[in-house]
Design a binder for this molecule. Structure first.
Ligand SMILES: Cc1cc2nc3c(=O)[nH]c(=O)nc-3n(C[C@H](O)[C@H](O)[C@H](O)COP(=O)(O)OP(=O)(O)OC[C@H]3O[C@@H](n4cnc5c(N)ncnc54)[C@H](O)[C@@H]3O)c2cc1C
Length: 482
């Protein structure tokens, strides 16, 4: 992704780009669910939606269904897009809270077109008309990440990126500045450079292996440190959403693609053995396994500086937040966007690196807080992992958000937060938070008017869902698009 974006930005070419990869080492090979920010990146590299659906065997994703996070029988949906009527904006949440505080109110999920479409197995892209209910839709994709990477590699090579197959075994530095000057592969090929992007995954070959930048461990907030992944056969028409099911010792993902389903279990080695996890995973598959479970170890946290000297870490080398909200590919793309806007001159001024680190850190911290919310507010679960998370202390930034929502009904966001009001509302309500108040500006309308407005939206959404194509039909239509 980084090479493809740089190749696009480097036109006409001012510098040369070399991509070093090792087939012997390979890629981590998981990461199939995305979030809507992927559209920005696909546009940047000129990847059309029909091409993406065809090349990566992708399906559409309208959000994530969370099952059993508040105990057996609980279930809620975190939709992409917005709740309510097209022009309601943040006012919708207050309308709904007000109606709820006044008594009976329909499930908040009835007011999200993405949620209702997902559950009905239907899909349509957001409309262009801002007044239409379809403008409230949002979507991303579930795709085969290996095929996505292979497609981008071909695109890079056609744009002049030189790909070197080889294992980096030696890294040379300028003795005075500590800047990296060259990499040497196991075949003794020397690759010199001025700027090095460390995309070496969890190995963090340059940023940690050479520069010893340091790592902030966040496992006291996000205790899962292992995953096992297993593909299964396609069983039915793929559903347009990812499912995350909580288990006694972790949670399991289910990501339907066109040709197979991706599954995996995420757990903490403190609370569960690998054998136990594999057993739970296998017992909860809904079709035949296509391989043995593959174990992946990770540590949750972030590199102290994603940009250090003339090395910029992008991807897992910059840190990892577990995959509950499918945010890693987004963080790669966010790193790329920041790199493009702060692209350094030959001097690689430390101020530029510092600014990159400042904005990237802010990005990662808000995603971290959103993930912690899922683990922390699970009152309906009583197993040791969940009890540990219920009683752990949480970051002040998250505590502030939760306090605001429960006392005042306000969803307080920093300027550039990735997850907006709809996401926080979905997960806070879904995980059982109860707001005690709403914005009093709404008191200019009566209770009856408020209820009538909500009833109209609910009806409007129900009608709109019926008019949307089935997800499978929409995919077929895309596959026929040249
Ligand atoms: C369990 C799990 C589930 C995930 N699910 C999601 C998800 O649903 N959505 C999402 O957005 N993200 C997800 N992710 C994250 C996602 O997998 C990664 O962000 C993504 O795959 C990018 O990884 P990467 O390129 O940083 O590292 P890798 O894929 O590991 O690539 C590293 C590259 O560096 C090369 N390399 C390493 N060392 C050397 C060397 N010495 N010499 C030469 N080359 C070298 C390798 O050959 C490889 O090409 C998940 C991660 C995990 C662990």
């Amino acid at each position: 992704m980084t090479a493809a974006a740089l190749a696009k930005a480097n036109s006409p070419p001012q510098f040369s780009i070399t991509l070093v990869e090792s087939d012997d080492i390979g890629i981590i090979g998981v990461g199939e669910a995305t979030i809507p920010t992927i559209h920005w990146f696909n546009r940047l590299v000129d990847l059309q939606e029909s091409e993406l659906i065809r090349e990566t065997r992708a399906t559409y994703k309208l959000g994530i269904e969370f099952v059993k996070w508040n105990g057996d029988g609980s279930r809620y949906f975190h939709p992409f897009g917005r709740y309510g009527a097209p022009l309601d904006g943040a006012l919708f949440y207050h309308r709904w809270i007000r109606a709820k505080l006044a008594g009976e109110v329909p499930d908040h999920q009835n007011f999200s077109l993405s949620t209702r479409a997902a559950r009905a197995g239907r899909f349509a892209p957001p409309g262009n008309d801002p007044n239409s209910i379809f403008a409230t839709l949002g979507h991303a994709y579930q795709f085969d990440a290996g095929l996505y990477a292979a497609f981008l590699r071909r695109r890079c090579e056609s744009k002049g990126v030189r790909r070197v197959e080889g294992k980096v075994t030696r890294v040379s530095q300028n003795p005075e500045s500590g800047f990296i000057t060259s990499l040497t592969t196991h075949r003794d090929e020397v690759i010199e450079g001025e700027l090095f992007i460390d995309c070496s995954g969890l190995r963090a070959l340059l940023i940690e292996g050479t520069l010893h930048t340091g790592f902030d461990d966040w496992s006291h907030w996000l205790p899962c440190d292992r995953a096992q992944a297993i593909p299964t056969e396609r069983v039915q028409d793929p559903i347009p959403y990812t499912r995350a099911t909580a288990h006694p010792n972790g949670w399991q993902w289910r990501i339907p693609l066109q040709h197979r389903t991706g599954n995996g279990i995420v757990y903490s080695s403190q609370f569960c053995s690998d054998d136990q996890a594999a057993e739970t995973l296998r017992a909860n598959l809904d079709s035949a396994a296509l391989a043995e479970p593959r174990l992946i170890r990770f540590q949750t946290g972030r590199r102290r500086k994603a940009w250090n000297k003339n090395v910029v870490a992008i991807g897992l080398s910059s840190g990892f937040l577990e995959p509950l909200e499918s945010t890693s590919i987004h963080l790669i793309q966010s790193g790329i966007a920041k790199l493009l806007s702060l692209f350094p001159s030959r001097e690689c001024y430390p101020e530029v690196a510092a600014q990159f680190n400042r904005v990237f850190d802010a990005d990662v911290e808000t995603v971290r807080d959103f993930l912690i919310l899922h683990y922390h507010r699970t009152a309906g679960r009583s197993e040791p992992l969940w009890q540990h998370c219920q009683h752990m202390s949480i970051p002040d930034s998250l505590a502030y958000k939760l306090m605001h929502f429960t006392h005042t009904g306000r969803i307080v966001l920093a300027t550039d937060e990735l997850f907006k009001e709809a996401s926080w509302f979905a997960v806070m309500i879904g995980q059982g938070l109860q707001p005690a108040d709403y914005n009093p500006l709404l008191d200019s309308v009566s209770d009856e008017e408020n209820r009538a407005h909500l009833a109209r939206i609910e009806q409007h959404i129900a009608t709109a869902v019926g008019s949307m194509p089935l997800h499978e039909d929409y995919i077929r239509r895309q596959l026929r698009t040249p």
